[in-house]
Design a protein around this ligand. Structure first.
Ligand code: ZN
Length: 101
């Protein structure tokens, strides 16, 4: 179970920290996500859920070492990745975003 980290949604994470510790976290991640609109955070959450469904339905994803991608897999993975990335303001998240190698 992931407790702290960017995988946990902001609202849940901030509520958990408040409940357990009695304070509002002001780390860089919480400040950045907290300044995003609830609608944007919701959109990001929906896209991440969509990406998780895509990955579950496509074991091995688009890794050609594991399987030969079928028509549309690369395009769908790319569309989801771009859509999620667009929910992050580049300047605001500059120091927080991790790159996947
Ligand atoms: Zn925090």
């Amino acid at each position: 179970m992931r407790i702290y980290g960017s995988e946990m949604e902001y609202d849940y994470r901030s509520d958990l920290i408040m409940t357990r510790s009695g304070f509002r976290c002001t780390c860089a991640l919480c400040e950045a996500e907290g300044s995003d609109s609830p609608a944007l955070r919701q959109r990001r959450w929906e896209l991440k859920a969509e990406a998780e469904l895509f990955l579950a339905a496509n074991p091995g994803g688009t890794d050609i070492r594991l399987q030969k991608p079928t028509n549309g897999q690369f395009e769908e993975a790319d569309r989801l990745a771009r859509a999620i990335k667009q929910t992050y303001d580049v300047a605001k998240y500059k120091c927080l975003l991790r790159t996947v190698s």
